[in-house]
Design a protein around this ligand. Structure first.
Ligand SMILES: C[S@@+](CC[C@H](N)C(=O)[O-])C[C@H]1O[C@@H](n2cnc3c(N)ncnc32)[C@H](O)[C@@H]1O
Length: 263
């Protein structure tokens, strides 16, 4: 159970699809639920875990640089390379990052720097697997050199790299799953996560024996999918995202739950 006396920690990285805004709602939903461990199959920027701060957690993502960064933080990462919001330094470090193999503390240092300094905190690779995000042009950046408050918290957290369905989850685990959004009317799937993956995830979550919460974009087919599998489904307004076509209409978020009644 999360300790209510703990102040939420801000995610150390910028991450697309971060759910900091949803954390108070999730906190409310899990109140009264007994669980031993929080499982996040799509942990991303860790906004939810760092808000709930459970004693134990199993945190998984398919991005190897993200998981390397968290593993290095857990092991006591300190930044020893100079960090400056400078375009020449950015491209120099970007090249060095692309030549550094994982797992590595140095790669985690570069990753942190590129994430904070690059355009919009994007994490994007070209067909050769090279990180290719341009310099970000921020006015000021407050870099961290020490991650000891995170590393203390991470001591009973396990970080896994891989597809969500290789995780072994038990009855005492609370799952919060935040996959890439379903994008119904586009040719490509966000971060390569296809509709088949959405269905595979919903079935995997339906077969879990403990409590489950998942969030997604509330597209008609996502709502139907979770309703058909017996989840309790609700919607709420997500913060406004400005689409390329200038549409500022608020997006509707789905929250689907099951197995939440045990107190
Ligand atoms: C919406 S983000 C999660 C954001 C996170 N909840 C937060 O608050 O920062 C989705 C994450 O799923 C990861 N991902 C995509 N496909 C995956 C897969 N098949 N298995 C596990 N993780 C995956 C992406 O790397 C990304 O970090």
């Amino acid at each position: 159970m999360p300790d209510p006396a703990i102040a939420p920690l801000k995610p150390p990285l910028k991450w697309a699809g971060g759910k900091r805004w949803l954390a108070p709602k999730l906190q409310e939903l899990v109140q009264g639920i007994t669980y031993d461990r929080l499982v996040e199959p799509f942990c991303g920027g860790l906004a939810v875990t760092l808000s709930l701060q459970p004693k134990r957690a199993l945190l998984n993502d398919i991005n190897p640089h993200l998981i390397n960064f968290y593993q290095q933080v857990k092991a006591g990462l300190e930044i020893t390379i100079p960090l400056e919001n400078d375009s020449d330094l950015y491209y120099q470090y970007r090249q060095a990052f692309n030549q550094t193999e994982l797992p590595s503390a140095l790669s985690a240092q570069y990753f942190y720097y590129l994430n904070r300094t690059g355009f919009n905190g994007l994490c994007r690779f070209n067909s050769k697997g090279e990180f290719n995000v341009p310099f970000g042009r921020y006015k000021t950046i407050h870099y961290r050199y020490d991650f000891s408050d995170y590393s203390q918290l991470f001591q009973d957290y396990q970080f896994y790299l891989g597809d969500f369905d290789q995780l072994v989850v038990g009855k005492q685990d609370l799952i919060y799953a935040d996959p890439p959004y379903d994008v119904e009317f586009r040719q490509y799937a966000k971060e390569g996560f296809t509709w088949d993956d959405q269905v595979r995830l919903a079935q995997w979550l339906a077969s879990a024996t403990g409590p489950v919460i998942t969030s997604n974009q509330a597209t008609p087919r996502v709502l139907e999918l979770y309703q058909a599998l017996g989840f309790q489904v609700m919607t709420c307004l997500a913060p406004r995202r400005i689409a390329c076509n200038g549409d500022r209409s608020p997006a509707l978020e789905m929250i689907a739950m099951k197995g939440m009644s045990q107190a």
